[in-house]
Every structure is written in structure tokens, then in C-alpha cells.
Design a protein around this ligand. Structure first.
Ligand code: EPU
Length: 335
């Protein structure tokens, strides 16, 4: 059904009241394929929306919003040392992670409570607490919007990077992801080195996947705002990576800077720390503000617009560049 003048308020976790000229709910692969032959929307701009947890809507959308609602979770088999499980793109990510644990197939527990849908997860290669989705990814199924043809992407074709993939670059706006297949190793090993998680596990004697899941949920609840109460899109900037020489110079000036050495010799900085150091925590412009407990998260305190959030982001970028000589890159997609 084609809906006209549709509010996207419930479809973006920042809670911006932008409107789409049209919207359509897509609940099957067949419906996704049929879009290319639908004369009512021919030539219109199209915006594929999952949970809307990584988008900043700065204006009304003069096109058709395609709301992905493809359901289904199943174990599709085993492949030597791993279980293969598949989920429809519209499934809620956190519920899917819980379901895999209930099946006795751990491996995604570090990614518990990340807002959004299964279909959106590969786009920015979601990651948290020592794990990136790409490490558990097998393949995905998609439909090319312009032609209505089905396509399959393996890990290589997805070109996963840090909060990055083919779908944020050359593939941007061209495909609707319809389902994702994950590869969960039968030989499970815990990932519990991340400082916050290790601390949360200190009081527990268990080290199984459920204990890690619970620890991650507790850490996220303590640090990150719940978007249903305070609109946000998670980390607003990527953690910047700089070369070793630039880092050494910076470390001289800022001895307690938080950094992580990378395998290739470069150094990743904690953007939250940089922003915090510039004094931005809790400050804002209009209804747009920097979260009080995690400076990397920008929030909608109520009544903010996407444009205000971008204005705030620009002011933060300027300060960080001026003080540290580091250029921050925005993480969510901007419309
Ligand atoms: N820090 C501060 N002040 C702040 C925020 C952070 O000093 O206001 C310091 C912390 O004390 C810590 C360091 O910065 O030493 C890193 O902070 P944290 O562990 O909270 O993680 P992050 O680097 O800010 C990243 C991801 C998050 C992910 C966490 C845990 C990015 C852009 N963000 O945040 O991902 O949950 O690590 O793995 O990589 C997201 O992408 O939306 C997201 C929430």
C-alpha cells in the first residue's frame, strides 16, 4: 500500500518529525522485487529505512520511504565448524541476538542491545565491546532497486571496514537488503577483554555467553541513552585513526589521551574523550545536546531538528580540530 504524506517520526531513533511524500511497507522479497515495476513510484527518490537508528533526517523527504518489514529467523544448517543462521532484514537486531543464544548458538552476545534491524547491521558493520558484525557474517541477500533483480553478497563483496561497507560507498542507495546469513562458530570463545565488560563481569562467577550478554546490556544501559526516552543515533562520530608520528606529537601535549594501537601501526583515538576534553559534555544548541554520560552521543532533548544536530556537530568538529588537529568523521547517514 502506498501511503501519502507519511510521518517518519516513529522510524528514526533521533525522533525527528520529518515527513516522506510517500511510504511503503515492504514485507517480502517479492514485494522488494516488484518495486522496480511499480509505475506509481517510477523515477522517484527512494529511501530504504530499517529501524532508522543510524540516520539524521534534516528535512522532509520528497520521495518514497521504503520501510523494510521482512520477518523470519531460522537455522539453515551447519558448515563444518559453524552454525549458519538467517534472519529477515526487518527483524529487530537485539531480539535476533537473544534468539541465537536461546538456540544454543552463541557468538553475537557482544552486540546485544544495539538498536536497529538485522538488515541495517551490515551497512555500517555494527560493532561493540570487542566484536564487529563482519566477523560473524556469511552472506546477505538483497534486491537491486533499479532493476528488481536479486543479488547475493559474500563477505568480500561487502568490503567491511570500521563502521563501513560497500553499502555506505559505491552501493549506497542502490540495494534493499532482504536477509542476512550469519556464521556462528561451534567452538565458542568468550570476548570479555573490553574494560567496561570485564569490570561488569567481576562480580559474576560465570563466563558463558549469557553472562557476557548480560554484562554488555548492563554497560550499555549505564552509559548510553535509551532512544525511546531520549532520541539519539548512538555514536555520532567515528573514532579517528591517525598515523604514529602525529600521535606521538599529540601525546606530548596531551599525556592522558585515550588511544588504541592498530595492527598497521596507526593509532585510533577515542573521539568521546576528545569531545569531552573540549568541554562539550551536557552542552548543546537548542534541543540538540551532547549526552551527559558519553560525549560521543548527540541527543534530542526534545524539539530538536536534524539541522540543529548538524549545527552542533559542526561546532564540535571545529573545536576538536582546533585543539587536537584531528578531523572527526560523522558516523550516521545524513539525509
Ligand atoms: N570517554 C571519555 N569521555 C566520554 C566518552 C568516552 O573520556 O564522554 C573515554 C572513555 O573513558 C574510554 C574511551 O573514551 O576510555 C572510549 O569510550 P567507550 O568505551 O565508551 O567507547 P567509545 O569509543 O566512545 C565505541 C563505539 C561504540 C561502542 C563502544 C564499545 C565507535 C564510534 N563507537 O565507543 O559504538 O558501543 O565503543 O565498544 O566506534 C555506535 O557505533 O553507535 C556505538 C555506540
Amino acid at each position: 500500500m502506498l501511503l501519502a504524506d507519511y510521518s517518519l517520526l516513529r522510524h528514526n531513533t533521533f525522533g525527528f518529525d520529518a515527513r516522506a511524500r510517500y511510504a511503503m511497507r515492504i514485507d517480502s522479497v517479492e514485494a522488494a522485487c516488484a518495486l522496480a515495476r511499480d509505475e506509481r513510484i517510477a523515477g522517484m527518490l527512494q529511501l530504504v529505512l530499517g529501524g532508522g537508528s543510524n540516520i539524521v533526517l534534516t528535512r522532509d523527504f520528497d520521495g518514497v520511504a521504503l520501510i523494510v518489514d521482512i520477518a523470519g529467523k531460522r537455522v539453515i544448517g551447519e558448515d563444518g565448524d559453524a552454525w549458519l543462521v538467517e534472519a529477515g532484514a526487518g527483524e529487530n537486531w537485539h531480539e535476533f541476538v537473544s534468539w541465537t543464544l536461546a538456540q544454543g548458538m552463541p557468538g553475537l552476545e557482544n552486540l546485544a542491545l544495539i538498536p536497529g534491524t538485522v538488515g541495517a547491521a551490515p551497512i555500517q558493520n555494527i560493532g561493540a565491546y570487542g566484536l564487529e558484525m563482519g566477523e560473524r557474517f556469511e552472506r546477505l541477500h538483497a534486491v537491486e532497486l533499479a532493476t528488481g533483480t536479486r543479488a547475493e553478497f559474500d563477505r568480500e563483496a561487502c568490503a567491511f571496514g570500521y563502521r563501513d561497507s560497500f553499502f555506505k560507498r559505491d552501493g549506497r542507495g542502490r540495494f534493499m537488503i532482504t536477509s542476512v546469513v550469519f556464521r556462528l562458530p561451534k567452538q565458542w570463545t568468550p570476548r570479555a577483554d573490553y574494560a567496561d565488560v570485564a569490570r561488569a563481569l567481576e562480580n559474576s562467577t560465570k563466563r558463558d555467553a549469557q553472562a557476557i550478554f548480560d554484562a554488555v546490556v548492563a554497560v550499555r544501559r549505564a552509559k548510553l541513552p535509551d532512544w525511546t526516552k531520549l532520541g539519539n543515533a548512538g555514536s555520532f562520530f567515528k573514532n579517528p585513526v591517525i598515523d604514529a608520528a602525529a600521535f606521538d606529537a599529540l601525546k606530548q601535549r596531551e599525556p592522558d589521551i585515550v588511544s588504541y594501537a592498530q595492527a598497521d601501526g596507526q593509532v585510533k583515538l577515542a573521539a568521546g574523550w576528545l569531545i569531552d576534553r573540549c568541554g562539550w559534555k551536557g552542552r548543546g544548541i537548542g534541543g540538540a545536546a551532547v549526552h551527559e554520560r558519553q560525549a560521543l552521543v548527540l541527543v534530542n532533548r526534545g524539539g530538536a531538528t536534524g539541522a540543529q544536530v548538524l549545527e552542533l556537530a559542526e561546532a564540535i568538529k571545529r573545536d576538536v580540530l582546533e585543539r587536537f588537529g584531528v578531523d572527526l568523521e560523522m558516523e550516521p547517514v545524513c539525509l
